[in-house]
Design a protein around this ligand. Structure first.
Ligand code: XMP
Length: 481
């Protein structure tokens, strides 16, 4: 057997402090390339896992300048609806406002409000002409819900409307002068062509660092698999304007992934495509040759992963990221370092090793924005987190896909989990977690004498440490209250 190369984890190395001209953390630029054409304001991506990223997390991530990848363990329509929610969460002009007809019943309007998760509907006739607006307050207490919407709506003559090309400043003036919170936009024939809401305008001014598409909407990605409905899923996600598709399976250096990447690329030449996970330069180069715009790296480093224990396969994440990044940078393709980020120092090491962004599961699973409610055990608050190859996630997926309805016991016995279900400490808001992570990264960049992430990659020098060094790195010989 050839000599076995060493593979290192983040904990095995430290960045060597270097002379720096950085005087304040605010001077450093942490913007990063997610994929060939998509740029983020901060280099952080929330993981496509069902206990981490649905629309609420994706909205928080994009508002903070990163991006969330909506997981694929949902029926196609539901995953597409999650993408739609993000794309509509915060745009200056909503192009196709949710609407109903004047003759629709109040009950139908309420159903639409519930399905779309909005409090107001535009009322338009069959020619698309604006007839009025109806809000929850207009219909909530209606005794007879079979009555038509037109009997309770605010009619056009009581609405303030704007022209299609209204500027942000003029819209802000109208909101202030008229004391309204919704401004429908109509063309010269009175047809509804858009909607501006006061809430969106406020948010936009509060979040100048948000990650946005060309039309001012928040960025969002979505995952697809490599079997079954993946093309239908991709079509539905792109229909809702998902900014990136992530072909995501545990062993991404597979012919299936390569074939699916080529198929997706052939059908949608312009799609921004990410694939993974791989852990070697060869895997990275094969995915790049298949036409992807970024490669996701990480086999087994995740906090809920047992792949390395169950399958015996994987590469220390620091080595995997360094080698994949070296191969990908020669082709100008970004790397996403996926899994194993336990603290901001790991994020800094990943970037310095050549990653453009990191994907995070466990550290974000404990936030308010992850799916599910916190629970309390022995006086402490937690949230659920589970590997997507854990027993429960696999059984849920099989049930949903109806692979073998009615045979729960057999499913359980033939599943070989490669992940665990666990509790993670409740951590407050995603914003707070990201503030700490990115603050640590800025500090690390300063230690490397770097003003940008590319400069840090160029300048970074690492030192390997021993287990004594790791012990020395953590708080030691002190007692906590
Ligand atoms: P962290 O460390 O941020 O890692 O919690 C998140 C990443 O873990 C991967 N993942 C898995 N890996 N078995 C695995 O071996 C699993 O069940 C599993 N579920 C998630 C995934 O890459 C994710 O982004």
């Amino acid at each position: 057997m050839d000599e076995i190369p060493l593979s290192l984890s983040y904990d095995d190395v430290l960045l060597v402090p270097q002379r720096t001209a950085v005087r304040s953390r605010k001077q450093v630029d942490v913007s990063a390339q997610l994929s060939r054409h998509v740029r983020l304001q901060i280099p952080v991506v929330s993981a496509n896992m069902d206990t981490v990223t649905e629309s609420t997390m994706a909205i928080a991530m994009a508002r903070a300048g990163g991006i969330g990848i909506i997981h694929r363990f949902l029926p196609v329509e539901q995953q597409a609806a999650e993408v739609r929610r993000v794309k509509r969460a915060e745009n200056f002009v909503i192009d196709q406002p949710y609407a109903c007809r004047p003759t629709d019943s109040i009950a139908h309007a309420l159903d639409l409000m519930h399905d779309y998760d909005v409090g107001t509907l535009m009322v338009v006739d069959s020619t698309g002409t604006l007839a009025g607006m109806v809000g929850t307050r207009d219909v909530q207490f209606a005794r007879d819900r079979t009555r038509p919407v037109e009997s309770v709506m605010r009619p056009l003559d009581r609405l303030v409307v704007g022209p299609p090309d209204v500027s942000t400043d003029r819209a802000a003036e109208i909101f202030a002068e008229q004391k309204i919170d919704k401004l429908p936009l109509v063309d010269t024939q009175g047809r509804l062509v858009g909607l501006i809401t006061a809430r969106d305008m406020l948010r936009i001014s509060e979040n100048p660092g948000a990650a946005k598409d060309r039309r001012g909407r928040l960025l969002v990605g979505a995952a697809i698999g490599v079997i079954g409905d993946y093309m239908e899923r991709a079509a539905a996600l792109l229909e809702q304007d998902a900014d990136v598709l992530v072909i995501d399976i545990a062993h991404g250096h597979s012919e299936q992934v390569i074939e699916v990447a080529k198929e997706v690329r052939a059908r949608w030449p312009q799609v921004e495509l990410i694939a993974g996970n791989v852990a070697t330069a060869e895997g990275t180069l094969d995915l790049i040759a298949a036409g992807v715009d970024a490669v996701k790296v990480g086999v087994g480093p995740g906090s809920a992963c047992t792949t390395r224990i169950v399958a015996g396969a994987g590469v220390g994440q620091f080595t995997a990221v360094s080698e994949c990044a070296r191969a990908a940078r020669a082709h100008n393709i970004p790397i996403i370092a996926d899994g194993g980020i336990k603290a901001s120092g790991d994020l800094t090491k990943a970037m310095a090793a050549g990653a453009h962004t990191v994907m995070i599961g466990g550290m974000l699973a404990g936030t308010d924005e992850s799916p599910g409610r916190p629970l309390t055990r022995r006086g402490r608050r937690y949230k659920h987190y589970r590997g997507m190859a854990s027993l429960a996630a696999t059984v849920d997926r099989r049930k949903r896909e109806r692979l073998d309805p009615g045979a729960d016991d057999e499913w359980v016995s033939d599943v070989v989990p490669e992940g665990v279900e666990a509790l993670v400490a409740y951590r407050g808001s995603t914003h707070e977690v990201l503030t700490q992570l990115v603050g640590g990264l800025r500090s690390g960049m300063s230690y490397c004498g770097a003003f940008t992430l590319d400069e840090m990659y160029e300048k970074a020098r690492f030192t390997r440490i021993t287990s004594a060094g790791l012990r020395e790195s953590h708080p030691h010989d002190v007692e906590f209250d």
